[in-house]
Every structure is written in structure tokens, then in C-alpha cells.
Design a binder for this molecule. Structure first.
Ligand SMILES: Cc1cc2nc3c(=O)[nH]c(=O)nc-3n(C[C@H](O)[C@H](O)[C@H](O)COP(=O)(O)OP(=O)(O)OC[C@H]3O[C@@H](n4cnc5c(N)ncnc54)[C@H](O)[C@@H]3O)c2cc1C
Length: 378
């Protein structure tokens, strides 16, 4: 029997599930120093960083439950180093810094964030991808070494091994971070803003009006709110994921592009890029093609059952890089959006950049690269 819905939810404790639906404060008439709009990994991490930086009363509002958007459906891999094949160096640097912050959070939170350290093994890598900035972390593996690590591959393959990458259950991480927040209101949507001069003075919501000191929008894609003149292009890219039934086949880490071993002998596979598919439904043929790919690479996986299958949408800007910036033209509003395929990884460093910026009033040096003005022109 296959469950259609993220595996992550079923791994949570009752307390963690309850945290994802928190609705504690009276939102109407609230006057928080910091209002965070959006309860995905970026919003929850930012609210937590603002609390840690002692920025006053912090209120987070979320239209659904925490983690209801891209966050709750993500793979949850925290793998900066392999992104050197695909991403520019400043972006990989941001990711590296963020993985370090995930480790800090794991130590700092009472029960950690559920970080699991794992090696990453890329099958049949393109050596040239690492030419410019070859990190000492990469170990090249010949087919014999790969076969020792992953017995039973359908054909001999070279590999690249990178140690000490990681993963999280993204919903557990959200629940653990949110447990420490002073004020969370799920089921509350921001609908409008009132602006006087260069400041947002009120935020209208489905539960009444809020008068914030500063606002951070972390709504996945840029927010569309009455009264907010913000035009940053974005779209979304669907992806499918599945978790297999438990198996005795033990993978030595994240094996790309095969699968990642997770709890209790399950394997996590997929992460497709289903361009143009706007349907929220799981497409059986995509799930089949993921399973066919598993069996073609590791024939022992042929015929294994699917425990969970789901899909979700990655928020994306045209250049596939996030925005981490002030809302253009406003002096008390910030925005982070378009984290595409690395928002889980990059949440802690983005949150740190935003909280430092709000505190100091000056943009931290990392922020320049991710400015909104690359789209708005001012
Ligand atoms: C298949 C797939 C696999 C992925 N794998 C990985 C991975 O391995 N590693 C990785 O780092 N990233 C991965 N990602 C990307 C990652 O999921 C996203 O980049 C990240 O979750 C974005 O987080 P967010 O908080 O910006 O957005 P979201 O999680 O979408 O959160 C935004 C929240 O804002 C709320 N909201 C929107 N508008 C309003 C409003 N007006 N008022 C109140 N609330 C509002 C929404 O309900 C939503 O909950 C993957 C994504 C997909 C789809």
C-alpha cells in the first residue's frame, strides 16, 4: 500500500506535529518588532535567528501549517560540495557556510535539528566539473573501489566520494526550530500592506491587522499583496520523490543519481525536474520512471515496493538564484525568495544574513550577490 504524501510527516512525534500547527497569539492588533510572513524553512529559520539576535518580539504567520509549501516535500539534502558541478563559486560558498550553520544548530537546539551526516558518492562524474576549484574533499574512485562500496551495480562505473555532507527531515527541522519561537500563528494569511513614506505601517491578514516594526517576507515566491509594489519574476518547478519499502540493500551514503538511505532501511529517490507540469497531482508514470532508474542502476532493487510518493514545487527566479534583500523602496521590509533546489541547505545562512542586516541597518557583505535589484533595476 503506497501512501501519497511526504514520508517526513510520518516520522514526526506528536509534539512535533502539534508544533507545525501552532496558533498561539492573538494576531489582530499585534505590534511585533519583527513580523515574519511565511512558515517554510526560510521563514522559520529567519524568525529563529531574529530571536537569537534579540531583535525584540518576533511573530511568525503562515497561511497553512508550518512546512506546508516546498519545505515539507523537499529531499532535505545538505550537499554543498557536489554543487560545484552545477553552481558558481559564490553560491557554493554560501552553501558551505550554511552547512556549518546547520551543524551549529544541531548543537545549539535542545534536541538538535535532526541532522544526519552522510558521505556523498557521485556515480560516473564529469571530472572537468571540478577543474577550477577542485576541493581537497573529493576522492576519485575507480570502478573496483565503487563496486566495493556499492556491490551489484549493473555496470562498472567510476565515482567521486565527498565525505561529511548531510541531510535533515525538513519537517522535523522546521518543528524543532519553531518550538523555540515565542509567537507563531498558522492559518493566518497576509493579504495586504499599508505603506506610509518608505515604511510598511500595517499588514492586513485573514485574522486582523498587524502593526510591525519590520517585516520579513519569506513566502517561497515573492509575495503578492494588495498595496505592495513588488515585481520580481518567478515561477515554480515541480519535482517528484518517493521512498521505497524497507530493503536489506545498504547504500554507503547519498548515491547520486541513485538514492539516499534514510530511516529503517528505506531508500529515498527522485527529485525530478518536471518542467511545465503545473498539476499538484503525483504522476504515476514519473514514479515508474524513478523506479525503473533504480532497477537499471542496481538490479537488486527491481520489484521493490513504494512506501510513499509525493510531489512539490520549487520556487525559482529566472537566474535560479535566491533573492536576499530589502524590498526595493522600503526601509523596514526584507524579502527572501526563489531558493529553488537549495532552500533547505541555505536557510540558516540566509536567516543569519537577514537578522544581522535588520540589527545593524547595513547589508552584510554576503548580501550583495543576492540583491532584488538584478530584476527590478533600482
Ligand atoms: C522535489 C524537491 C526536492 C528538493 N530537495 C531539496 C534538497 O535536497 N535540499 C535543499 O536544500 N532544497 C531542496 N528543495 C528546495 C526547497 O524545498 C526549497 O528551496 C525551500 O523549501 C524553499 O523554502 P521557503 O521557506 O522559501 O518556501 P516554502 O517552503 O514554500 O514556504 C513558504 C511559506 O509561505 C507561506 N505563505 C505564502 N504566502 C503567504 C502569505 N501571504 N501569508 C502567509 N503565509 C504565506 C506558504 O504557505 C509556505 O508555507 C527541494 C524542492 C523540491 C520541490
Amino acid at each position: 500500500m503506497t501512501v501519497t504524501g511526504p514520508f517526513w510527516r510520518d516520522q514526526l512525534t506528536a509534539d512535533e506535529r502539534a508544533t507545525l500547527g501552532r496558533r498561539d497569539p492573538d494576531v489582530a492588533g499585534a505590534r511585533p518588532d519583527v513580523l515574519v510572513v511565511g512558515g517554510g524553512i526560510l521563514g522559520v529559520s529567519t524568525a529563529a535567528a531574529c530571536v537569537e539576535a534579540d531583535l525584540g518580539n518576533v511573530l511568525l504567520i503562515e497561511t497553512g501549517r508550518l512546512g506546508a509549501g516546498a519545505t515539507g516535500g523537499a529531499t532535505g539534502l545538505l550537499i554543498p560540495e557536489p554543487h560545484q558541478w552545477s553552481d558558481p563559486e559564490p553560491f557554493v560558498d554560501l552553501e558551505r557556510a550554511s552547512l556549518e550553520r546547520w551543524h551549529d544548530l544541531e548543537k545549539a537546539l535542545p534536541d538538535g535539528v535532526g541532522l544526519v551526516e552522510l558521505d556523498w558518492i557521485g556515480l560516473a562524474p564529469h571530472h572537468s566539473g571540478f577543474a577550477a576549484h577542485q576541493p581537497p574533499a573529493v576522492e576519485w574512485l575507480n570502478p573496483t573501489q565503487v563496486a566495493q562500496l556499492i556491490p551489484g551495480l549493473a555496470r562498472p562505473m567510476e565515482g567521486a566520494l565527498i565525505r561529511r555532507q548531510a541531510r535533515v527531515n525538513p519537517l522535523r527541522a522546521v518543528a524543532r526550530l519553531a518550538a523555540g519561537l515565542p509567537a507563531v500563528a498558522t492559518g493566518v494569511a497576509a493579504t495586504s500592506v499599508t505603506i506610509q513614506g518608505d515604511r510598511i505601517v500595517t499588514v492586513g491578514t485573514s485574522a486582523g491587522e498587524i502593526t510591525p516594526g519590520v517585516v520579513v517576507f519569506a513566502t517561497g515566491r515573492p509575495p503578492v499583496l494588495d498595496g505592495l509594489p513588488l515585481h520580481i519574476p518567478s515561477d515554480r518547478v515541480k519535482g517528484h520523490l518517493l521512498v521505497t519499502d524497507p530493503t536489506d540493500i545498504r547504500l554507503p551514503g547519498i548515491v547520486a543519481p541513485l538514492a539516499t538511505p534514510i530511516e529503517d532501511g528505506h531508500l529515498l529517490a527522485g527529485g525530478t525536474f518536471d518542467l511545465g507540469d503545473e498539476s499538484p497531482a503525483v504522476q504515476p508514470e514519473v514514479i515508474e520512471s524513478i523506479m525503473d532508474g533504480l532497477a537499471a542502476t542496481l538490479p537488486a532493487l527491481a520489484g521493490i515496493g513504494v512506501s510513499h510518493q509525493w510531489c512539490c514545487f520549487r520556487p525559482r527566479h529566472p537566474d535560479r538564484r535566491p533573492v536576499i534583500d530589502m524590498v526595493p523602496g522600503l526601509a523596514n521590509a526584507w524579502l527572501t525568495s526563489g531558493h529553488f533546489r537549495t532552500g533547505i541547505l541555505n536557510a540558516p545562512v540566509t536567516a543569519a544574513v537577514l537578522s544581522r542586516w535588520i540589527h545593524a541597518g547595513e547589508p552584510p557583505v554576503e548580501a550583495g550577490t543576492w540583491s532584488a535589484t538584478r530584476f527590478t533595476g533600482h
